[in-house]
Write a protein that binds this ligand. Structure first.
Ligand code: ZN
Ligand code: ZN
Ligand code: ZN
Length: 155
Protein backbone atom coordinates (compact mmCIF):
# COMPACT_ATOMS: atom_id res chain seq x y z
CA UNK A 1 0.00 0.00 0.00
CA UNK A 2 2.74 2.46 0.96
CA UNK A 3 4.55 1.86 -2.30
CA UNK A 4 1.45 2.72 -4.31
CA UNK A 5 1.09 5.97 -2.39
CA UNK A 6 4.68 7.01 -3.08
CA UNK A 7 3.69 7.06 -6.75
CA UNK A 8 0.06 8.09 -6.39
CA UNK A 9 0.56 11.22 -4.29
CA UNK A 10 3.07 12.89 -6.64
CA UNK A 11 0.92 11.70 -9.59
CA UNK A 12 -2.14 13.53 -8.25
CA UNK A 13 -0.09 16.57 -7.26
CA UNK A 14 1.27 16.84 -10.78
CA UNK A 15 -2.09 16.23 -12.45
CA UNK A 16 -3.96 18.89 -10.51
CA UNK A 17 -0.94 21.19 -10.40
CA UNK A 18 -0.88 21.06 -14.19
CA UNK A 19 -4.45 22.34 -14.42
CA UNK A 20 -3.29 25.40 -12.51
CA UNK A 21 -0.14 25.63 -14.66
CA UNK A 22 -2.20 25.33 -17.83
CA UNK A 23 -4.55 28.07 -16.66
CA UNK A 24 -1.65 30.31 -15.64
CA UNK A 25 0.34 29.71 -18.83
CA UNK A 26 -2.71 30.24 -21.00
CA UNK A 27 -3.71 33.48 -19.31
CA UNK A 28 -0.35 35.14 -18.72
CA UNK A 29 2.02 33.59 -21.24
CA UNK A 30 0.09 32.37 -24.27
CA UNK A 31 -2.05 35.51 -24.10
CA UNK A 32 1.15 37.37 -23.15
CA UNK A 33 4.60 37.29 -24.71
CA UNK A 34 4.05 33.96 -26.49
CA UNK A 35 0.85 35.17 -28.18
CA UNK A 36 2.57 34.76 -31.57
CA UNK A 37 2.47 30.99 -30.98
CA UNK A 38 -1.11 30.93 -29.68
CA UNK A 39 -2.62 33.41 -32.15
CA UNK A 40 -3.33 30.84 -34.84
CA UNK A 41 -5.35 28.83 -32.31
CA UNK A 42 -7.74 31.77 -32.00
CA UNK A 43 -7.68 32.63 -35.70
CA UNK A 44 -7.26 29.24 -37.35
CA UNK A 45 -6.29 28.69 -40.94
CA UNK A 46 -8.87 26.21 -42.31
CA UNK A 47 -6.32 24.79 -44.75
CA UNK A 48 -3.76 23.50 -42.30
CA UNK A 49 -4.10 20.72 -39.73
CA UNK A 50 -1.24 21.76 -37.47
CA UNK A 51 -1.14 25.05 -35.61
CA UNK A 52 1.86 26.87 -34.19
CA UNK A 53 -0.08 26.47 -30.95
CA UNK A 54 0.74 22.74 -31.05
CA UNK A 55 4.28 23.64 -29.97
CA UNK A 56 2.87 23.90 -26.43
CA UNK A 57 2.76 20.12 -26.51
CA UNK A 58 6.43 20.30 -25.52
CA UNK A 59 5.43 22.02 -22.30
CA UNK A 60 4.02 18.66 -21.19
CA UNK A 61 6.32 16.30 -23.02
CA UNK A 62 9.74 17.56 -21.93
CA UNK A 63 9.26 17.86 -18.14
CA UNK A 64 7.28 14.63 -18.03
CA UNK A 65 9.98 12.71 -19.89
CA UNK A 66 12.75 14.19 -17.71
CA UNK A 67 10.92 13.38 -14.45
CA UNK A 68 10.26 9.78 -15.48
CA UNK A 69 13.70 9.10 -16.91
CA UNK A 70 15.75 10.77 -14.16
CA UNK A 71 13.44 9.39 -11.47
CA UNK A 72 14.01 5.86 -12.74
CA UNK A 73 17.76 6.35 -13.01
CA UNK A 74 18.00 7.65 -9.45
CA UNK A 75 15.31 5.43 -7.96
CA UNK A 76 13.19 8.42 -6.98
CA UNK A 77 9.54 7.33 -6.89
CA UNK A 78 8.29 10.88 -6.30
CA UNK A 79 9.85 12.02 -9.55
CA UNK A 80 8.51 9.03 -11.51
CA UNK A 81 4.97 9.50 -10.16
CA UNK A 82 5.15 13.23 -10.85
CA UNK A 83 6.29 12.61 -14.42
CA UNK A 84 3.38 10.22 -15.06
CA UNK A 85 1.02 12.83 -13.58
CA UNK A 86 2.21 15.40 -16.12
CA UNK A 87 1.93 12.82 -18.88
CA UNK A 88 -1.64 11.94 -17.86
CA UNK A 89 -2.56 15.61 -17.83
CA UNK A 90 -1.02 16.10 -21.28
CA UNK A 91 -3.05 13.19 -22.67
CA UNK A 92 -6.23 14.47 -20.98
CA UNK A 93 -5.56 17.95 -22.30
CA UNK A 94 -5.24 16.60 -25.82
CA UNK A 95 -8.39 14.45 -25.54
CA UNK A 96 -10.47 17.24 -24.00
CA UNK A 97 -9.13 20.34 -25.75
CA UNK A 98 -8.25 19.05 -29.18
CA UNK A 99 -10.68 16.15 -29.63
CA UNK A 100 -13.75 16.83 -27.46
CA UNK A 101 -13.80 20.62 -27.83
CA UNK A 102 -12.18 21.40 -31.17
CA UNK A 103 -13.05 18.09 -32.85
CA UNK A 104 -9.76 17.65 -34.65
CA UNK A 105 -10.71 13.99 -34.57
CA UNK A 106 -14.33 12.82 -34.56
CA UNK A 107 -14.03 10.48 -31.59
CA UNK A 108 -16.37 12.06 -29.02
CA UNK A 109 -18.98 13.79 -31.15
CA UNK A 110 -21.88 12.13 -29.36
CA UNK A 111 -20.90 13.06 -25.82
CA UNK A 112 -23.96 14.05 -23.77
CA UNK A 113 -22.50 14.29 -20.26
CA UNK A 114 -23.30 17.74 -18.80
CA UNK A 115 -19.80 18.16 -17.36
CA UNK A 116 -18.19 17.57 -20.76
CA UNK A 117 -20.70 19.80 -22.48
CA UNK A 118 -19.97 22.50 -19.90
CA UNK A 119 -16.24 22.17 -20.61
CA UNK A 120 -16.85 22.64 -24.28
CA UNK A 121 -19.13 25.62 -23.74
CA UNK A 122 -16.64 27.35 -21.41
CA UNK A 123 -13.82 26.97 -23.90
CA UNK A 124 -16.03 28.23 -26.73
CA UNK A 125 -16.55 31.34 -24.62
CA UNK A 126 -12.76 31.64 -24.42
CA UNK A 127 -12.61 31.45 -28.21
CA UNK A 128 -15.31 34.06 -28.76
CA UNK A 129 -12.55 36.55 -28.20
CA UNK A 130 -10.17 36.13 -31.12
CA UNK A 131 -7.51 38.45 -29.76
CA UNK A 132 -4.77 38.69 -27.20
CA UNK A 133 -6.48 40.90 -24.62
CA UNK A 134 -9.53 40.48 -22.41
CA UNK A 135 -10.21 36.78 -22.69
CA UNK A 136 -12.08 34.66 -20.17
CA UNK A 137 -12.22 30.97 -19.19
CA UNK A 138 -8.52 30.15 -19.42
CA UNK A 139 -8.75 26.91 -17.45
CA UNK A 140 -9.59 23.56 -18.98
CA UNK A 141 -10.98 21.01 -16.53
CA UNK A 142 -12.16 23.46 -13.90
CA UNK A 143 -15.29 25.04 -15.32
CA UNK A 144 -17.28 27.89 -13.75
CA UNK A 145 -20.28 26.36 -11.96
CA UNK A 146 -22.83 28.27 -14.00
CA UNK A 147 -21.79 26.44 -17.18
CA UNK A 148 -22.32 23.10 -15.50
CA UNK A 149 -25.69 24.09 -14.08
CA UNK A 150 -26.87 25.43 -17.44
CA UNK A 151 -26.03 22.15 -19.15
CA UNK A 152 -27.64 20.12 -16.41
CA UNK A 153 -30.90 22.02 -16.75
CA UNK A 154 -31.01 21.38 -20.48
CA UNK A 155 -31.35 17.63 -20.10
ZN1 ZN B 1 -6.39 31.35 -25.72
ZN1 ZN C 1 -7.26 27.93 -26.19
ZN1 ZN D 1 -9.01 26.02 -27.89
Amino acid sequence: MMTILTYLIPFLLAFFGMEFMAWFTHKYIMHGFLWFLHEDHHQPDPNTFFEKNDAFFLVYAIPSWLCIMLGMMWGNTFSVGFGFGILAYGVTYFLVHDVLIHRRFKWFDKVQNPYFKALRKAHKVHHKNRFKEEGSCFGLLVVPRKFYQEQKKKR
